[in-house]
Ligand binder design. Structure first.
Ligand code: GDP
Length: 325
């Protein structure tokens, strides 16, 4: 595939919004082959000047909370009512452990998948969570170059991937349900702290009252958290993805957030900080790769592992020894 186009051709096509070329470029970004990675890096460089203009929205919630139904409804609302182009990328910690995927199936959002103004990309299915996150981050830049004004990063709320997603988005939305057990709340505290808004989904039918009560409860709970450094009070609201209720409210909150954060300077400061974070993350990854691919180190490791396992050498001493060698 990569042999057929130069990086310039990729960039040109992506900038016109060509979805096939965007998909091919993301496949290159996800590839572990050296020549693919080289081409991907060139394409990214070529796109960089046209990236950064979207609102990057992270969406998380436990399986079954209604993420795909919500994104399908919210994405359609943004396209139809706000005249936006919407890209949806998924980070799925389950698929990176090759246990099958909780997220990332295109058919989960059939309406959006068929909308020419939407682009849906399932999660990369190989590599570590860190690797998948890095690739998603690069895919965001490509989607922006292709003209998507809203990039939604979806992840499953099971606790590992939220921090990665939080470090690549502008706004973080947590979907929750009324009546989730108290034992769950503790687990979600960290995620709740990260959220800029919490939407209690499935506020329809018999569930409306319970959802409203849950919203009140979460509002109270959020008051107990320390205020956010960027001076934002997290919003709590209810929505129904199947009845398209609350979508406009969520959009208003997001645009209000954007306005306030751009005015205070936090928007660009946050993105710079995120770039710094990803720089260090990439350095760590590159150094690790280099270390573990070095045949000399591999040989030395065999001996050291043996000594450590027999208790002749402490793991820390062994690590020091091989790092200096
Ligand atoms: P995900 O695992 O978080 O992506 O959840 P899904 O979007 O697949 O939704 C799980 C189930 O909840 C499906 O049966 C949906 O039809 C249902 N669901 C999603 N959103 C709503 C909603 O707003 N109201 C109701 N009543 N059901 C919903």
């Amino acid at each position: 595939m990569s042999q057929f186009y130069t990086s310039d051709e990729y960039v040109k096509k992506i900038l016109t919004g060509d979805r096939i070329m965007l998909s091919k470029a993301i496949t290159l970004v996800e590839s572990t082959k050296k020549d693919h990675q080289k081409l991907a890096a060139e394409i990214l460089n070529g796109c960089l000047g046209n990236s950064g203009n979207s609102i990057r929205i992270g969406i998380t919630g436990v399986p079954g909370v209604g993420k795909s139904t919500f994104i399908e409804a919210f994405g359609s609302y943004l396209i139809e009512n706000q005249k936006k182009k919407v890209a949806v990328l998924s980070i799925d910690p389950s698929s990176s452990r090759s246990k099958g995927s909780i997220l990332g199936d295109k058919t989960r959002m059939p309406k959006l998948a068929n909308n020419p103004k939407a682009y849906i990309r399932p999660s990369a299915s190989s590599g570590s969570l860190g690797g998948v996150a890095r690739k998603t981050r690069e895919s965001i830049l490509l989607c922006e170059a292709a003209g998507y004004d809203i990039v939604i990063i979806e992840t499953v709320g099971v606790g590992q991937s939220e921090t990665s997603v939080h470090s690549m988005v502008d706004f973080f939305l947590l979907l929750m349900l009324a009546g989730a057990g108290d034992e769950l709340q503790g687990m979600k505290k960290g995620i709740m702290e990260m959220a800029d808004a919490i939407a209690i989904n499935k506020a329809d039918g018999d569930n409306i009252k319970a959802a409203e009560n849950a919203a009140k409860e979460y509002k109270r709970a959020l008051h107990l958290f320390p205020p956010k450094e960027y001076n934002w009070t997290s919003e709590v609201l209810t929505c129904s993805s199947i009845e398209n209720k609350g979508l406009e409210n969520i959009w208003e909150i997001i645009t209000g957030f954007e306005m306030q954060m751009k005015k205070s300077g936090w928007w660009s400061k946050n993105r710079s900080e995120q770039n710094k974070f990803w720089l260090h993350d990439s350095i760590r990854q590159l150094l690790l790769d280099k270390f573990y691919r070095d045949p000399e180190k591999q040989k030395a490791l065999l001996t050291l592992e043996d000594e450590v396992m027999k208790g002749k050498l402490s793991p820390f001493e062994a690590a020091k020894k091989i790092s200096n060698s």
